[in-house]
Design a protein around this ligand. Structure first.
Ligand code: R5P
Length: 291
């Protein structure tokens, strides 16, 4: 298997190589009008390949994914697999207001239409998106990575910062030998990027709590959850999330919170930050493909 990366996943190259995987080379250049030009360096004819490409907010990332698929197919790859560590636009899985559209479903259907031999994703945001990706899409979860990282010092409570994600907290609790309690918060979003935590269900007083979520974007959801945990007397707070987007002032916001540790995978590139522990996603994703 030869792995091909786009700019969205270039940060995973060294880990793929370290784990003994072959990484192919392409060249991206631009015409005078800035139109993107792609060229394969090397041979893929008759070989199985895997594209590792995320869909980021910047639309070029989706275009790169589509173009790389075309490049590898036209150059005779025997089998094209697709690994999407982070699938952006997934929060737009339905029109949020009048005049809007399900742009996340559009992205998922576009990816499905490529008909990769195997389509592998990591912690997809919603069931609607999962369905739009088709029955053969495989969704991997970062929860086993978190469970392994927590094994030495497991939390006493696992908290979901919104009611819709309580299943994730339960699944993580089951992966830990100590089987911690599960708690959750009623969260409301009066408008995009603004979150309010209303009520906490569960007993966290004097307990070591881990908040688990699929992503950290503005950090608003977690900041609200942490405030409520402090009000309710939690003794220690840690955070685990799969996708670290860290928009706006998320880092400053989170750095100012009394949180012991933030565990985040590198589905998206992660700068070194105080208190942040980065978990390598490559073994989880690449182990699904042979070679
Ligand atoms: C919401 O449904 C998600 O699971 C995350 O909680 C949310 O997207 C995080 O966004 P932010 O960090 O901006 O609150």
């Amino acid at each position: 298997m030869i792995y091909f990366l786009t700019a969205s996943t270039a940060h995973l190259r060294s880990s793929l190589v370290r784990h003994g995987h072959a990484v192919g080379r392409t060249e991206l250049s631009a015409f005078a009008d800035s139109e993107r030009r792609y060229r394969l360096k090397g041979e893929v004819a008759g070989r199985p390949v895997a594209i590792v490409a995320s869909v980021l907010p910047a639309p070029e990332s989706l275009f790169d994914l589509l173009a790389l698929d075309r490049l590898l197919r036209e150059n005779g790859a025997a089998e094209v697999n697709l690994i999407v560590p982070y699938l952006g636009y997934a929060r737009q899985d339905r029109p949020a207001g009048r005049g809007e559209a399900s742009i996340g479903i559009m992205v998922a259907e576009l990816i499905r239409s490529l008909k990769p031999s195997r389509l592998i994703l990591c912690d997809v945001h919603s069931e609607r998106i999962r369905r739009a990706l088709g029955p053969s899409a495989v969704e991997l979860s970062a929860l086993p990575l978190f469970a392994a990282a927590l094994a030495k010092r497991p939390p006493e409570v696992i908290l979901s910062p919104d009611a819709g994600s309580v299943g994730r907290a339960r699944r993580l609790a089951k992966l830990l030998e100590s089987e911690p309690q599960v708690a959750w918060i009623d969260k409301v979003r009066p408008r995009p990027n603004v979150a309010f935590a209303r009520q906490l269900h569960g007993d966290v007083r004097g307990k070591d709590v881990l908040i688990v979520d699929d992503m950290i974007d503005t950090g608003g959801t977690l900041a609200e959850a942490v405030k409520l945990l402090i009000d309710q007397g939690a003794a220690g707070i840690r955070i685990a999330a799969t996708h670290g987007i860290f928009s706006c002032a998320a880092c400053e916001r989170l750095a100012g919170l009394p949180v012991r540790e933030i565990m985040i995978t590198d589905t998206l590139p992660q700068a070194r930050r105080p208190k942040v522990r980065r978990l390598d996603i490559v073994p989880l994703l690449a182990d699904r493909l042979v070679g």
